[in-house]
Write a new protein. Sequence first.
Length: 263
Amino acid sequence: MSGLEGYSIYPTPHDLPQALQRYCMEAGDSGIYIFHHRFCVCPFPLAFPVPLRDLLSKREGDAMAVLASGKTLSYLMHHEKPYRPEVLIDLLNDGHFNNTPAQYWQLVRDVWVNIDLPEDSPYWAEMLAADIGNSQDMMCEKDREDLAVMPDPIRVWRGVEGSDEASALEAVRTGHSWSVSKEIAARFAKSFARSNGKAWVGSVLVSKTQVVAYLTDRGEAEIILHPEDVTGLDMELISLGTKTAGFSDPEDKLSASQTSEAQ
């Protein structure tokens, strides 16, 4: 339907062409619908200077043009953020990086740092498991230098939320993202904990050979690991309490834990 000043306006999903209605989804139980397509993610009502079908066609054409010119990062950026992991994996599976593995890992870094995708998404595991070598290129030179001077093994920390010790341990063991900072891990644990959920911090010693990457882009002193590499390791798990009852002092608990370990 046409709108003010010649815009194409779509108040609800039912106002879209039928072929495009399958890209609509409700945001939880909010009653708010979102058009969710790799070239356009936008809440209703929609309003564009051209019909939506034409807009999507142009954006796809622009994306294919930059890919053909060898601008892989630009091609990735032409897609909406939630779809970039899938697009990157498609390129990987199509052999696009067979001769340029360093480029692949640099793009993985960009996606990891800039895409707010749940950590349990299977895309992360698939991206990090790419068997094309050069995974150290996920790190910039400064991060590689910082990792090189760290002790071996490295003690890493991971903050999670869990209703009990078993669920917390599962959440710790199945994650990719850790930190060399116990304070950062504790901060994440408290931010994840819901009103009645407990905050937990897990800690483990890992060999440098198990580290996929060390990243400092987000100020998290982040260590990326494959979950299967920590499955059989001795795990230390500490409860920081609940938001409702008031969190325990993480520094006291974690310091006490380290003291016991040293004895």
